[in-house]
Design a protein around this ligand. Structure first.
Ligand SMILES: C[S@@+](CC[C@H](N)C(=O)[O-])C[C@H]1O[C@@H](n2cnc3c(N)ncnc32)[C@H](O)[C@@H]1O
Length: 226
């Protein structure tokens, strides 16, 4: 197994514009109530008090997909990880406004949480518009690489689903190459339309709508763990 720690240096922005007072209050009051514990093993029982199906979103951005899915499936548990402070605030706003009791957040590296979950415990893993790292010399920083993928494969249940979306042509080609080389994931596309059309139950994220506004194509991949 490749070492998932190859991604352990977090790249990218940790914070953007200054927070307004209400946003700081959300961070101080709501985030601690639904944060994933910083250490120790994790499970549905530990996070939600029962054995509900678990979903995990890597880099949820402003949380619109996470909140949509959590609202759609109130009996399931959703774990989201995102190091970008302003994104976490965005997710907290969705959680508060939609009264979502089935979401837990980690403000930091998704892999640090993933590795603490039991093997074969996740029903879905989402990776939507990951940072593309378009330069070849930065390709090891991409989330779609053997280390993180081995971890995702270990944590998904057999038959569990890994959803990947990107608007970056280099990342699209890269992902197809990396994923096609894996025997453990089955690509669920039956025709070209399947990866050009957003599947049902997959809402548009902020990065997706930005890409579309700028006239870029978006690709949707669904893989089932064997
Ligand atoms: C291009 S944005 C996409 C955000 C969102 N998924 C969307 O579609 O709008 C990529 C996000 O991944 C986050 N990210 C990068 N590395 C990460 C990591 N190791 N763990 C969790 N999130 C990460 C970044 O902070 C950033 O918000």
């Amino acid at each position: 197994m490749n070492d998932p720690t190859t991604l352990r240096r977090l790249y990218g922005r940790r914070s953007g514009h200054k927070l307004r007072q209400g946003q700081s209050a959300l961070l101080e009051q709501l985030l601690p109530a639904l944060s994933v514990p910083e250490e120790g093993p994790l499970s549905a029982e530990i996070l939600f008090g029962d054995s509900r199906p678990l979903h995990f979103e890597i880099g949820f951005g402003s949380g619109e997909h996470l909140a949509y899915r959590a609202d759609l499936l109130p009996d399931h548990g959703f774990i989201g990880a995102e190091p970008f402070l302003n994104g976490v605030v965005g997710a907290l706003v969705h959680i508060r406004d939609n009264h979502l009791g089935n979401v837990r957040l980690h403000m930091g590296d998704a892999l640090n949480v993933l590795e603490r979950l039991p093997d074969a415990s996740l029903s879905f893993v989402y990776l939507l518009h990951p940072d593309p790292w378009p330069k070849a010399r930065h390709s090891k920083r991409r989330m779609v690489n053997p280390g993180p993928l081995d971890l995702i494969a270990a944590k998904l249940k057999p038959g569990g689903e890994f959803r990947l979306g990107t608007d970056d042509p280099t990342y699209c080609r890269w992902s197809m190459m990396v994923m096609n080389g894996r025997a453990d994931f089955e690509w669920l596309a039956e025709s070209a339309a399947d990866f050009l059309t957003r599947p049902g139950g997959w809402p548009e994220t902020r990065y997706e709508s930005k890409a579309r506004r700028q006239g870029r194509e978006v690709w949707y991949f669904r893989y089932r763990l064997a």
